[in-house]
Design a protein around this ligand. Structure first.
Ligand SMILES: Cc1ncc(COP(=O)(O)O)c(C=O)c1O
Length: 436
């Protein structure tokens, strides 16, 4: 097997011994050829000149950046690289790019341009929403509500607030991972500052009834603010501040074929927020620091593509999911599908009793198939998924669970191949378990 470091090693020794004796133009062409060769190698592991097939089914963790998106980012990196705070022409051009992106993304959430704050991603936007509201409004109350199945960026932000003297109610969910509205109604108090509920769960694809939740909050506790983490739904399902009666919405670029490290918090005008950082006037002082301009341009480009084809994407993803579920159910006995039938179109969580999920991930990776055991942010931790635990699954069942998540870059042929490899791996691992 020939890998990149071996080739780099060859390149280095080659240059050390020969380079100075070769005329410049020869070196230039040889160098260009070598770089192109390395780029091809980067596209996949090379086994005796053959590129291994790669099937990426971990699109909830992150997605591939689309070429159109990369092209927009490259323009900003190489040409329009001014600082939007600068007063000269290049600064003004950067400001124009940022404002166009801001307007598009704010309107995509159902809001106005000045209501959107760029952040380093969904994690920061969730922290800003939860901590920002709590800290700014602490004189009015000290109670927050969220669910047991939120992304860690909400759960850990809530835990940090508990250490600051706030009280948090973590709502239970049913067997499908859906929050119980009666429990929410019972938990709402006069001093509840914020309710934070995700739209689509990143491990199971469960869709929360955010419109009903918004309605309930406005009826029972009109002073309470409502935050929706829409990281997994933005670009796939409709996102609407008005329909949800939401006050804050989190979105992130890298789940919609945009770059990592860029997200945004939409915040209805007038919603009070304390910044997490201090040190500049950017983003109305709510997110100081020089903006990630390439990320912002890439985010807007990805969102334009995603929203232009949103319904087509949702239909295509639903078709892939249905195809995959049917094929897996026919090929492999005794499985448990954790995702609800009416879940988001791109996420499927399946338990394969008798098999360790982690072993299965590595087994599939050997065939170039990339899936995960749960959420990417938890993949290096041994404790069982808090989402599946809240849904009533046992630690043993959770250990045997895989998450498959799709994008429109996937094909039915890829899924067929995946099911074939999955069937072989599950049968093999189950045989080994029985023998023990
Ligand atoms: C539901 C949800 N919220 C928030 C995040 C965090 O977003 P980011 O990776 O942009 O920090 C993720 C990422 O997986 C997510 O799935």
């Amino acid at each position: 097997m020939l890998n990149r470091s071996v080739l780099l090693g060859i390149g280095e020794s080659f240059s050390l011994q020969w380079v100075d004796t070769i005329p410049f133009f020869c070196r230039y062409f040889a160098g260009t050829f070598f770089v192109v060769y390395l780029k091809e190698i980067d596209a996949g592991t090379i086994t005796r000149g053959e590129i291994m097939r790669q099937i990426y089914l971990d699109n909830s963790a992150t997605t591939a950046v689309l070429p159109e998106v990369a092209a927009e980012m490259q323009k900003v990196l190489l040409a329009a690289y001014g600082n939007p705070s600068s007063l000269h022409t290049m600064g003004v051009e950067a400001e124009r790019i940022k404002n166009a992106a801001r307007r598009f993304l704010a309107e995509a959430c159902g809001g106005r341009s000045e209501e959107l704050i760029f952040t380093s991603g969904g994690t920061e936007a969730n922290n800003l929403a939860v901590k920002g509201v709590a800290r700014r409004l602490k004189r009015r109350g000290r109670h927050l509500i969220t669910t047991r199945v939120e992304h860690p960026s909400v759960l850990y932000a809530c835990r940090a607030l508990e250490e600051e003297g706030f009280t948090v109610t973590y709502l239970p969910v049913d067997g499908a991972g859906c929050v119980l509205l009666d429990a929410l109604e019972a938990a709402l108090r006069e001093d509840t500052l914020l309710v934070s509920v995700m739209h689509v769960n990143n491990e199971t694809g469960t869709v929360m009834p955010v419109a009903e939740i918004g309605q309930l909050i406005k009826e029972k506790a009109p002073e309470t603010l409502f935050h929706v983490d829409a990281v997994q739904s933005f670009g796939k399902l409709p996102v609407s501040a008005a329909a949800w009666q939401a006050d804050l919405i989190t979105i992130s670029a890298h789940k919609i074929h945009g770059p990592k490290g860029c997200g945004a918090l939409w915040r209805r005008a007038g919603v009070p927020l304390a910044p997490l950082f201090h040190g500049g006037d950017q983003e109305a002082g709510l997110r100081p620091g020089t903006e990630n301009m390439a990320g912002i341009a890439g985010f807007a480009a990805a969102a334009r593509l995603a929203l232009a084809g949103r319904e087509k994407t949702a239909t295509g993803l639903a078709r892939l999911k249905e195809f995959f579920l049917r094929a897996v159910s026919e090929a492999i006995p005794d499985i448990m599908v954790n995702s609800p039938a009416k879940g988001a179109p791109h996420i499927v969580s399946i338990t394969f009793p008798g098999v360790k999920g982690e072993v299965l991930v590595h087994e599939l990776a050997r065939s170039g198939i990339y899936v995960s055991t749960g959420s990417a942010c938890h993949s290096h931790r041994a404790d069982p998924s808090h989402v599946l635990l809240a849904m009533g699954r046992t630690p043993k069942e959770i250990e045997a669970t895989l998450r498959f998540s799709f994008s429109l870059l996937n094909t039915e042929a890829e899924l067929e191949y995946t099911v074939e490899k999955l069937q072989q791996a599950v049968a093999h691992l189950r045989r080994l378990t029985r023998r023990k």
